[in-house]
Design a protein around this ligand. Structure first.
Ligand SMILES: [Zn+2]
Length: 81
């Protein structure tokens, strides 16, 4: 199954199956992004990319309160009073 992500460097989207892996480390896989050919890796705290969730996926804050949802590949935050 495809995993579509948004590049944090240039803002374009790419499929994780299209990445060019350049190195494997114990804690990370390093690769070149297919969109802008930059070095990125899969350590989540680096935020080199963001996984795009399907439409309708709820977005919750740290307290577990729903603050928005995914639409059209983007986060739509709509905090209800
Ligand atoms: Zn890019």
């Amino acid at each position: 199954m495809a995993t579509i992500v948004r590049c944090s460097f240039c803002g374009k989207t790419y499929d994780m199956k299209d990445i060019k892996i350049t190195a494997h480390h114990a804690d990370a896989t390093v690769f070149r992004t297919p969109c802008c050919n930059r070095e990125a890796d899969d350590r989540r705290w680096k935020h080199d990319y963001e996984i795009i969730e399907p439409d309708g996926t709820l977005i919750k804050n740290a307290d577990g309160k729903v603050v928005g949802r995914w639409m059209g590949g983007r986060k739509v935050i709509s905090i209800q009073p």
